[in-house]
Write a protein that binds this ligand. Structure first.
Ligand code: KG4
Length: 333
């Protein structure tokens, strides 16, 4: 089956063409340059930019795949969660395309896309697995038992991991998006230089909290300045990254142990972080667990994962009605 995937949940406009689960094209335009001067995504600007980009991006995905719209058999578009204005552009466009071209439509939950994005790579896990999804808007642990069944096991009680990276970057004067900047600075720093707190929460809790570590970074920087000491940005970034990585890895392993699962999968923008991936690889090896991570381009938002999740949703439940609307909060948590 030829599937056209469309993604516009936040600040990337993306389209991809898949033949079943094989990628024929994968196109993305990023709005980072627009939002970086504001230190974060400005929803109104994001929607306007999606409007300009959506049609050219879809055309580029079709021509990159060497396909005509008339050959597409399914349109899979992100319905939520995300910024409502951004979602509306991609989803309304997809509904219109579905209606005028008489191609069935499926609305895809963005989280389902991230949970399944690992299947876009060479090495594919088997179900069941534990999925840690960490992005700018989410930090959550799921039990995935099939392509369509995901159970939320834990989620952040405050900031998402990516949000914490972005806020720490901002307070250190680094540009948006902060995750890659913090990771870059961390490469030259000592992860043991500053001991930032790890929020384990209640015993066996699979929830996260990242607001404390972010505030601890702010307090450390202020205390350095009050003492007339220049904060060491590399050491701060490395120590912060280590604190976040340790909590993400240990809670995900705990989720696997509590549910008697031997496979761990990661997804979402933060899972492209090299230190977090290395931490997982080492700990999973020592725990006898299998670990799978998508290629970095499939960790961040993309339309290939939406096409893939839509394909499996369609195989199970068929198309959606064109009356369905977008949503800002996921039913998947
Ligand atoms: O999944 P994503 O592209 O978009 C959504 O939020 O849905 O994730 C973006 C987030 C941002 O917060 C960004 O700073 C973070 O992922 N990120 C990283 C890295 N690359 C992107 N965080 C830590 N290390 C990275 N290398």
């Amino acid at each position: 089956m030829l599937i056209l995937g469309i993604e516009s949940s936040c600040d990337d406009t993306a389209a991809a063409v898949l033949e079943d689960n094989v990628i024929l094209s994968n196109v993305l335009t990023s709005q980072d340059q627009i939002h970086t001067k504001f230190g974060g995504v400005v929803p109104e600007l994001a929607s306007r930019k999606h409007l300009q980009a959506i049609h050219p991006v879809v055309e580029a995905a079709l021509s990159g795949a060497g396909k005509q719209l008339t050959e597409i058999q399914l349109i899979a578009a992100t319905r939520g969660p995300g910024l409502i204005g951004s979602l509306l552009v991609g989803y309304s466009y997809s509904k219109a395309l579905s209606y005028v071209s008489n191609i069935p439509l499926v609305g895809v939950d963005h989280m389902a896309g991230h949970i399944l994005s690992v299947f876009l790579g060479q090495e594919k896990p088997s179900f069941p697995y534990i999925a840690l999804i960490v992005s700018g808007g989410t930090s959550a642990i799921y039990l995935a038992t099939s392509y369509n069944d995901f159970q939320l096991l834990g989620r952040t009680r405050d900031d998402a991991a990516g949000e914490a990276f972005d806020k720490v970057a901002k307070l250190l004067g680094l540009p948006y998006p902060g995750g890659p900047q913090v990771a870059g600075m961390a490469a030259g720093g000592d992860p043991q230089a500053v001991h930032f707190p790890r929020a384990w929460l209640d015993e066996n809790s699979l929830d996260f909290s990242f607001s404390g570590v972010k505030t601890a970074v702010l307090n450390h920087v202020n205390s350095c300045r009050q003492q007339g000491i220049q904060p060491n940005i590399g050491d701060i970034c490395a120590s912060f990254q280590e604190a976040v990585a340790e909590v993400l890895v240990e809670k995900t392993i705990s989720a696997a142990r509590q549910n008697h699962i031997n496979t761990i999968v990661v997804g979402g923008g933060v899972s492209s972080n090299t230190r977090i991936r290395d931490f997982f690889t080492a700990r999973c090896a020592s725990e006898g667990l299998l670990f799978y991570a998508p290629e970095p381009i499939f960790c961040t938002d993309n339309a290939a994962m939406i096409a893939l999740a839509g394909y499996h949703s369609y195989n199970q439940s068929g198309p959606v009605s064109l009356d369905e609307d977008v949503y800002s909060r996921s039913a998947l948590g």
